[in-house]
Design a binder for this molecule. Structure first.
Ligand SMILES: C[S@@+](CC[C@H](N)C(=O)[O-])C[C@H]1O[C@@H](n2cnc3c(N)ncnc32)[C@H](O)[C@@H]1O
Length: 263
């Protein structure tokens, strides 16, 4: 029961603009000195892994559960070290320790976030840091409105009556701070902010949907009854017509950034 981003691996660098710009900000918050070892958890297509690798001579490893994403990462950075695996179940005992664990736009996909963050502590020492960027519960009001309107339409509402949302989201950076403290982390830095994507064409909202949320809404694992095969196509038609009708110029992306250490 795992998410699969393989179908967007080759276009993720164009679609995932919010995730990747947030990742660049998270890298800058790290202020690396140049010799750190780094594990990029949920590295996706390796674009951020490659930026990290430019900033340190230390060992840089990317891990991702998606076969397609790992293939794309290896093509993009042939000399990079990429592992296909699920951070929630992969044996970590022989992985060694890292100075930095980097988790950008991934934590909300963890099926068992508390357990997984505890597992990730095994990869860290008392001087290591964990850098996290994650979307807030109201991550994109415009996109969420379009999704909510779509799932209520007669064309798809029946299928979505059997849907459960797989994401782990909290409402604010303050809530995450409490959450991380309870899991045994010291919080050195916490910030929430927003960025806006200009929607020259309202269908750009579909790109934002396809870059991430679609992998929940079209994942058969998230349905308690068989997911209709034509659901993605029907959803897209309805969603795009709703997005056009909404006539919005900007889509907000609300995210939070954290630099943590094991307490
Ligand atoms: C939105 S993408 C972010 C990719 C990259 N970190 C970035 O910001 O560009 C989420 C990635 O997390 C990966 N992922 C989700 N759950 C995972 C898990 N349990 N173990 C490893 N990777 C996971 C997905 O396959 C996907 O590539």
């Amino acid at each position: 029961m795992t998410v699969d981003f393989s179908n967007v691996a080759n276009k993720y660098h164009k679609l995932g603009v919010n995730q990747q710009s947030a990742g660049v900000k998270l890298i800058n918050l790290l202020t690396l000195c140049g010799s750190e070892s780094v594990i990029d958890i949920g590295c996706g297509n390796g674009r951020l892994t490659s930026l990290l690798a430019k900033l340190t001579t230390g060992n840089v490893v990317g891990i991702d559960i998606s076969k397609g994403m790992i293939k794309s990462a290896r093509e993009f950075l042939p000399r990079g070290r990429f592992i296909e695996g699920d951070i929630e179940t992969l044996p970590l005992a022989s992985s060694g320790k890292f100075d930095v664990a980097f988790i950008n736009s991934v934590m909300h996909w963890f099926r068992t976030p508390e357990k997984t963050l505890k597992r990730i502590q095994q990869l860290l020492t008392s001087s290591s840091c964990l850098a996290v960027q994650t979307p807030l519960k109201t991550w994109c009001p415009e996109l969420q409105e379009a999704i909510e309107k779509t799932v209520k339409t007669s064309q798809v509402s029946h299928a979505y009556s059997n849907y459960h949302c797989p994401w782990f989201h909290l409402r604010s950076a303050d809530e995450y701070v409490e959450y991380f403290k309870n899991l045994g982390f010291n919080v050195g830095y916490a910030e929430e902010d927003s960025v806006f994507t200009e929607l020259h064409n309202p269908l750009k909202l579909w790109d934002l949907f396809e870059s991430g949320p679609a992998h929940a809404y079209f994942d058969p694992n998230n349905f308690s009854a068989p997911m209709p095969a034509n659901l993605p196509a029907t959803f897209k038609t309805v969603f795009c017509s709703i997005a056009e009708g909404m006539a919005i110029n900007n889509a907000e992306y609300k995210r939070a950034f954290f630099i943590l250490r094991v307490a």
